[in-house]
Design a binder for this molecule. Sequence first.
Ligand code: ZN
Length: 239
Amino acid sequence: MQQILLQLIETEKICAEIDVLDTKLAAFPGEHAFVANELRTAEAEVAKARDHLENEELQERRLESKMRDQEALILKFNHQSGQVSSNQAYTALQHELEAAEASKAEFETNALEHMEAIDAAKTALAIKEENLAGLVATAPGKGSMIDERQKVAEGERAGAVARRDKACEGVEAKTMKRFDAVRARKQPAIAVLSTTSCPECRMVLPRLRFSEINRLEEILDCSSCRRLLAPQKVLGASA
Ligand SMILES: [Zn+2]
C-alpha cells in the first residue's frame, strides 16, 4: 500500500503539471485571435483615415468650384458695370459685385481650412498605413512564434502524460478510478498527514482512523473532505 500511495502522490504531482500545460495550451487560440484582431483593427483605421482624407478633398474641390463660379460672376458684373445707363442700376450691380466678392472670400477661407485638414489627414493616413504595414510584416512571425511555443507546450504535455502513466503503472484500475474521482472534485486528492488532522480540511481524525491509516493496509479517506490520506511515514520511505 505504501508503494501505491507513493505512486499516487507522484501521479498527482504530474497531473498538476498537465493541468498547468492544459491551461497554457487553451490560451493559444486566443493569442492567434489577438494577432488577427490587431491586423483587422489597423486595416479599419487605414480605411477610416482614407475616407476622412477623401471627404476633405471632396469638400475642398466643391469649394474651389464655388470660388470659380463667384469669379465668373464677378467678371460678368464687372463687364456689365461698364454698360449700365442709370445710377440705380449701377448701385444694384455694385451690391451684387460686393456680395459675390464676399462669397468668394468666404469660400476661399473655407477652402484653405480644408487644405490644412487635407495635409493633416494625409499625415494621419501615412501613420496608420505605416502601422498596418508593420503589423502585416510581423504577423506571420508572431503567428509562427505562437505555433512554436504551442508545439513546445504540446511536447511537454506529451512528456508529462508519459511520465504520469509510468508513475501510476501497476496501480489497480479501481484505485485509479477512485483517485480520479476525488481529484475531479478536490485538489490535491491525496493529503499526507503531518498531525492527526486532515491537512486540507483540518478535521481531526478519530484515533482509530488515524491508526488504521498508519497501518497501511488499505487506502483510507478523510470522512469530511473525502481526500485520500497517506501517513507521514510513506514519505520517509521514499527518501
Ligand atoms: Zn479532509
